[in-house]
Design a protein around this ligand. Structure first.
Ligand code: RP5
Ligand code: MG
Ligand code: MG
Length: 284
């Protein structure tokens, strides 16, 4: 996990402070570093407590009311995919990937693991004559990507898992929100869309479960995802040929993206798509 820190930008986004630079030998919490006092940052709107998807700020005087770390705490999954995370002397959860140079939650709502889910819908790329594109003897895959509003980068459609929700439900919901603006759709359009996608969503396979190298991670809050893939290759019809993408929610664009080793994607999405490429023995 100590390698998943490439995207920790020197300055925290959303008006945050500069991160304290972390020397290689001080990444892990087990390496003592008594002078380490990183700045604390949590978005004002989260601190105010008016976001229903966010935890309360922790009060040192009320430790009994703190979340139950490393457990399912009510509807909220506070476990990590990487085993039990540690807490510091005051009881704050510690990022399993090590020091990040900033304390607090940044722009993340939950303390400790913020569970996300990503949707990877793929098909073989075809040329105008309908033949699968072969490169260096291997078929080329494409996936439905979005362009994120926050960074302008291409990414999987995905988002945070709501309290009480499971990853599969979150994956479908986020896909419909970000690629088809389902929140603005009429009831009729919504049910047409859900019916047409039923076959697509029938067989999902988990490609990756774990920590994501996301620029929003802090010492006390980090993102882990479950990325689930769905293949159109075994289906009789390509339902997307009759459906028009309409980006919504935190996406400003939605499109089919060709996959090869030069693809540029948000956070850890490139290493996740690589896992799928290896499994499918597709062109990279
Ligand atoms: C990434 O952030 C995850 O892999 C997921 O794609 C995304 C979740 O955050 P939002 O899309 O809700 O901002 O690390
Ligand atoms: Mg979303
Ligand atoms: Mg999202």
């Amino acid at each position: 996990l100590r390698n998943l820190r490439m995207n920790l930008s020197p300055v925290y986004p959303f008006g945050g402070p500069e991160r304290v630079p972390i020397p290689e030998d001080k990444i892990e919490w087990v390496s003592d570093w008594v002078e380490y006092t990183p700045p604390e940052f949590t978005l004002e709107s989260i601190l105010r407590g008016d976001k229903e998807w966010a935890d309360k700020e922790l009060q040192l005087t009320d430790v009994g009311l703190w979340p139950k770390w490393n457990q399912h705490d009510g509807g909220i999954n506070r476990k990590s995919h990487h085993g039990n995370y540690r807490t510091d002397n005051d009881g704050y959860p510690l990022n399993p990937a090590g020091r990040t140079g900033i304390r607090g939650r940044g722009s993340l709502g939950r303390w400790a693991t913020n569970h996300a889910a990503d949707c990877i819908i793929t098909r073989w790329k075809k040329n105008e004559d309908g033949y699968v594109v072969m490169l260096e003897g291997k078929p080329q895959l494409q996936f439905i990507g979005i362009i994120r509003k926050d960074t302008g980068e291409a990414a999987f459609p995905g988002g945070m898992i709501d309290a009480g929700e499971d990853a599969m439900t979150a994956v479908k919901r986020e896909f419909l929100e970000e690629v088809f603006s389902i929140e603005e759709a009429t009831d009729e359009d919504r049910s047409v869309l859900e019916d047409s996608l039923e076959d697509v969503f029938r067989d999902g396979e988990t490609v990756y479960k774990g920590y994501v190298d996301d620029r929003r991670n802090t010492d006390n809050a980090w993102i882990e995802t479950e990325a689930i893939s769905f293949s159109l290759n075994g289906l009789d019809t390509d339902v997307f040929s009759n459906l028009k993408f309409k980006a919504g929610s935190d996406a400003k664009g939605a499109l089919w993206i060709d996959i090869d080793q030069n693809v540029k994607l948000y956070a850890s999405h490139k290493s996740i798509i690589k896992l799928l490429i290896e499994k499918e023995n597709a062109y990279w």
